[in-house]
Design a protein around this ligand. Structure first.
Ligand SMILES: NC(=O)c1ccc[n+]([C@@H]2O[C@H](COP(=O)([O-])OP(=O)(O)OC[C@H]3O[C@@H](n4cnc5c(N)ncnc54)[C@H](O)[C@@H]3O)[C@@H](O)[C@H]2O)c1
Length: 259
């Protein structure tokens, strides 16, 4: 029970990395607020945790809206009495996956930055405020991407993740004197989540299998990355086992970046 008694917030908890992480946090003893812009999927994850004996509740929240993020964190504190872990996991793809730089509109650019960077900024800012108010340490985890470590294409999405990585490191340095840690996981392409569908990709069983083969072939370890892989790293990074790890950008990429 790595997270026994901890109060955690996970954003994007209705799907993919967020859903897998919320479940793993709960399985390790955390009480989990499952936040998502889609209330039904947030409720589904929370219900699945409660049905297996865990403690969770759903909150509808658009992380690009500061008032929503404040409300979300307040809901966690009201319910759990404190806040220990904030996992800013939400990220959206470019609306038309594969779009070149010049095909991005101003509103594409603004939405990508508002959600991917703005959402994490609000989450980090208000987590730090709450941790300092409690006069306790606290842990922030953000979901970055390999796309913010190397240029894979997807210029605007990659730029949001690069910015998020730098935000993570800066929060780690500012938070360190207060015992606040901040890290990011940086996954490589995950074919089995809803992320690529959100980018307009046609995710049939056949295309998912093709993308899985393609991504696996690019990783030295030779298999596609899954949401569960990310959740396992997330549990470790938010736990006290990682007490000396802060400011780290951890690739979950089968060795791709190392190559
Ligand atoms: N899937 C990939 O290939 C991949 C690769 C690298 C990094 N990532 C990153 O991993 C993270 C999780 O992605 P995933 O693959 O689990 O995606 P996903 O699409 O399966 O899940 C994302 C969840 O976030 C929610 N969401 C979207 N916008 C929101 C908003 N404004 N406010 C609150 N919730 C919102 C969605 O409803 C969804 O439930 C993202 O940060 C993404 O950028 C994904």
């Amino acid at each position: 029970m790595l997270l026994e008694g901890k109060a955690a917030v996970v954003t994007g908890a209705g799907s993919g990395v967020g859903a897998a992480s919320a479940r793993r946090f709960a399985a390790e003893g955390a009480r989990v607020l499952c936040a998502d812009i889609n209330p039904d999927s947030a409720r589904e994850t929370a219900d699945s945790i409660e049905s297996t004996g865990g403690t969770a509740f759903p909150v509808a929240c658009d992380v690009a809206d500061e008032a929503d993020v404040v409300m979300m964190l307040r809901a966690a504190v009201d319910r759990f009495g404190r806040l220990d872990i904030v996992f800013n996991n939400v990220g959206v793809p470019t609306p038309r996956l594969g779009a070149s730089l010049e095909e991005h509109t101003v509103s594409d650019f603004q939405r990508l930055f508002a959600v991917n960077v703005g959402g994490a900024f609000f989450g980090c800012k208000h987590a730090v405020i709450q941790f300092k108010r409690q006069q306790t340490s606290g842990v922030i985890l953000n979901t970055g991407s390999v796309d913010g470590l190397v240029a894979w294409g997807g210029a605007v999405y990659g730029a949001t993740k690069g910015a998020l990585h730098q935000l993570t490191r800066a929060v780690a340095i500012e938070g360190a004197p207060f015992g606040i840690r901040a890290n990011a996981i940086c996954p490589a392409g995950m074919p089995y989540t809803n992320f690529m569908a959100a980018g307009g990709a046609d995710m049939t069983a056949e295309s998912i299998a093709r993308i899985a083969r393609h991504t696996a072939a690019r990783h030295p370890l030779g298999r596609p990355i899954t949401a569960q892989d990310c959740a396992e790293a997330a549990v470790f990074l938010v736990s006290d086992r990682a007490a000396d790890i802060t400011g780290a950008l951890v690739p979950i990429d089968g060795g791709y970046v190392a190559g």
